[in-house]
Design a protein around this ligand. Structure first.
Ligand SMILES: [Zn+2]
Length: 364
């Protein structure tokens, strides 16, 4: 019998990667169909190879993607299907609203330089990838009734892709796309200021595209400061190392910055060292604006509940804190204001909480 969830009420998830949330069965299916050899024949074997049980280094973590991304990238059918199945997966986890992120370029095999995953050149462009993911998410939303929106990722090591990423955000705005992200290796020196990323984030600000940035996961507090001051991010992906700079931490608390916390991920990637207090505990105690997220559940062999269970059992998180952090996630999501309001009301009803009284500002 499946274990009861650590939190059995509606949840909001803001930080999860589409290419890190694929069913192993789907990878096997498309490998067979496309004649690509995998190092495993069954879903269980594949999960053993791709998945992690113990902390591993970043290069080891990144090799996981090399096994299966060539199976999905460049296939219209596969791209659409992983988006559709993603919504199904989240619906089963009790997620009522999710923002899923991915790099359109890493799933393409045409009009992308260099072509990723050693693929032969094909005819699936980054633009078409976004269109396919949108279709999959929209069909999934209809079928499973979990609202799904998307965030398009720039990659730290490929600033040449970033200007197109923001253009795709503009082109597909609200056709599931609600924001831009910067992912990849944040320790690449000076990468927050690479002209391609700067240009993309500047354009995002100008066009009203919402912004998040992976920062302070393994990188220093300085990377977080750059994300805020240089890239004008509205949320911080992970952000654990912010705690090393008291001035910055105090300032971001005052500014009500949202931190997308991924507890189980932080253990397996070594972003958090178990001999230290987890940053989530500090965030909880300081009543910071943060959410709990699964990041790459395929690789971490997890579901969103793994993160809730870890914080509940190992860090003393209560039902009240889970409610508070989900409300904060809804408040910090990238939906338009009216849809955000609907989402918040949905949570208040499910949590049996009265909505907060309207402030004078709401009537202005
Ligand atoms: Zn991430």
């Amino acid at each position: 019998m499946a274990r009861a969830p650590a939190f059995d009420k509606p949840r909001v998830e803001l930080h999860v990667h589409l290419d890190g949330a694929i069913k192993p069965e789907t990878i096997l299916y498309f490998a067979k169909k496309r004649g690509i050899t995998l190092p495993a024949d069954t879903a269980i074997e594949l999960q053993q190879i791709i998945g992690m049980d113990e902390p591993q280094s970043l290069p080891e973590f990144l090799t996981k993607f090399e096994y299966y991304m060539p199976v999905i990238a460049g296939s219209r059918e596969a791209i659409k299907r992983i988006a559709y199945e993603f919504v199904e997966m989240k619906a089963k986890e009790g997620v009522v609203y999710v923002e899923v992120r991915y790099s359109p370029h890493l799933l393409a095999n045409a009009e992308v330089e260099p072509i990723p995953w050693k693929q032969a050149e094909g005819d699936v462009t980054p633009d078409e990838v976004v269109n396919l993911v949108n279709q999959g998410l929209q069909q999934g939303e209809k079928a499973f009734r979990t609202k799904a929106r998307s965030i398009l990722c720039c990659m730290r090591h490929q600033p040449n892709w970033s200007p197109e990423v923001v253009e795709l955000c503009k082109k597909y705005w609200q056709q599931t796309v609600v924001g831009i992200d910067l992912a990849g290796d944040e320790t690449i020196e000076g990468s927050s200021s690479f002209p391609g990323h700067l240009e993309a984030y500047k354009e995002a600000v100008k066009s009203g595209i919402h912004r998040t940035v992976h920062a302070g996961e393994v990188g220093s507090a300085e990377i977080v400061r750059e994300a805020v001051d240089v890239l004008k991010t509205e949320r911080v992906g992970h952000g654990y190392h912010t705690l090393e700079d008291k001035t910055l931490y105090d300032r971001l608390q005052k500014e009500n910055m949202h931190f997308e916390v991924c507890p189980w991920s932080s253990y397996l990637t070594g972003a958090w060292k178990p001999e230290t207090e987890h940053p989530a505990i500090r965030f909880k105690n300081d009543k910071v604006n943060y959410s709990l997220n699964s990041d790459d559940p395929l690789i971490f062999k997890s579901t969103l509940d793994t993160d809730y269970r870890m914080t509940k059992e190992d860090m003393g998180f209560t039902e009240e804190e889970f409610k508070r952090l989900n409300i904060n996630a809804a408040r910090s999501c990238f939906l338009p204001e009216n849809e955000k309001e609907d989402l918040l009301n949905q949570l208040y009803r499910a949590y049996r909480m009265p909505p907060p009284p309207a402030t004078a500002g709401d009537f202005c």
